[in-house]
Design a protein around this ligand. Structure first.
Ligand SMILES: Cc1ncc(COP(=O)(O)O)c(C=O)c1O
Length: 397
């Protein structure tokens, strides 16, 4: 059986991480990996998480199964976090939520649900999009196509081209959108642009499938959820895949949610029943620990305040680094405009160098970023911004 299998090439990001670890140069810089880092280069456990985890240990009396849809209190708390406490949706009874193994699990659950609704559905993803969207969503058997999104000339969204493409889609197409902190470009839709997309979705009866993996790391928890909140108020159907990996720092605990909004409470119920069946056939039940931690945090005013402060500190660090990087690059590469980095949000940006230049950064300057020049801003530190900017200037010469 297995000798017929081909050996697959290594994942480029994992290869990059291994090369970084093996590099003994003290000045090495890792902007390749996709996790948040503090100024000491660590991905720390949040204080709110440590305190909540202690409570979970004290309270937990059994390891018996919970349910395919996960922890009900966690799901309810996440609905409030994602949509806000007073969203009009809550009065309609049209939303159902399942806990998922991370944002990835939520994306796959959503894709499987869409496939059950219509096997012929095509999911349109932004060009470019997070590399894992294609195997995660396409792995369910759905076809994937791309709509124009990133404008490399401005570092922003190619909004006119995006709208023109969405306007030309067949009715009832599925459109995957990033709520905020677009991965890999950092180019986000403005509130005005979200509003302008709404009539397009209405006219073409498009189904939005929104991926929210970075709530709170862009402009703020409410600001980053502007798109999902607006669409939930105005459209009959919506899917939102949420990850708690980044904003709670719970990466390895695998915790997220999928929110499905149906046209009627009965349609939402039917979707929930299908989702629990899908979960049963894939992994049966989601892991509990991370969800229990998030639920403890969201249920306690003191822990929530602590978490909000820590989340704000992560966001402010990213915003500060973006500003400082723009200044450093303006000094070291005055002939090139990097101001777009300051207008983008979240951890990622394309530096906009060629594959050869990205390799030269690695080989000559110990700066590790992927060949497509995506960089994780949170991998920089105050102490190496100048070094990084000079390395960029050197490869651009
Ligand atoms: C855009 C996007 N969506 C979803 C995820 C899913 O994250 P996880 O499955 O670790 O919660 C990530 C993680 O990197 C991401 O960048």
């Amino acid at each position: 059986m297995f000798e017929k299998l081909d050996r697959l090439p290594d994942d480029p990001i994992l290869g990059l991480m291994a090369a970084f670890r093996a590099d003994s140069a003290p000045q090495k810089v890792d902007v390749g990996v996709g996790v948040y880092r503090n100024d000491r280069g660590e991905t720390p456990i949040l204080e709110a998480v440590r305190r909540a985890e202690q409570l979970v240990f004290e309270k937990e009396s059994t390891k018996a199964y919970i349910a395919p849809e996960g922890n009900a209190a966690f799901n309810a708390a996440m609905e409030k976090l994602v949509f806000g406490n007073a969203h009009s949706l809550f009065a309609t009874g049209r939303m159902r939520t399942v806990q998922s193994p991370g944002g990835c699990g939520a994306l796959r659950l959503g894709a499987e649900l869409i496939r059950l609704g219509s096997r012929e559905s095509i999911v349109h993803v932004s060009n470019p999009t997070w590399g894992n969207h294609v195997p995660l969503v396409g792995g369910s058997g759905l076809r994937i196509e791309r709509y124009p999104y990133y404008d490399a000339a401005t570092g922003g969204v190619a909004f006119a081209a995006m709208v023109a493409a969405l306007n030309a889609l067949p009715e009832r197409s599925v459109v995957l959108l990033h709520a905020s902190c677009h991965n890999p470009t950092g180019a986000d839709l403005s509130e005005t642009q979200w509003r302008e997309l709404l009539p397009v979705f209405k006219r073409r009866a498009l189904l939005p499938f929104i991926d929210m993996a970075y709530q709170g790391l862009g402009a703020g928890s409410a600001e980053d959820a502007f798109g999902p909140r607006l669409f939930a108020a105005e459209l009959p159907e919506l899917l939102v895949a949420v990850s708690c990996s980044k904003n709670f720092g719970l990466y390895r605990e695998r915790v997220g949610t999928l929110h499905v909004i149906g046209e009627t409470p009965a349609a939402a119920d039917a979707s929930l029943s299908q989702l629990t069946r899908i979960a049963r056939t894939m992994y049966s039940m989601p892991p509990d620990h991370g969800a229990a931690i998030v639920q403890e945090i969201l249920a306690s005013t003191a822990l929530s305040e602590c978490w909000v402060e820590e989340l704000s500190a992560m966001r402010e660090r990213i915003v500060g680094l973006r500003r400082a990087l723009v200044q450093q690059l303006a000094r070291s590469c005055p002939e090139r405009d990097f101001s777009f980095i300051g207008r983008q949000q979240g951890m990622f940006s394309f530096l906009g160098v060629t594959v050869e230049q990205a390799r030269a950064l690695r080989e000559c300057h110990h700066v590790y970023l992927t060949d497509d020049s995506r960089m994780n801003i949170a991998g920089l530190r105050d102490s190496n911004l100048e070094y990084f900017a000079q390395a960029v200037a050197h490869v651009l010469m």
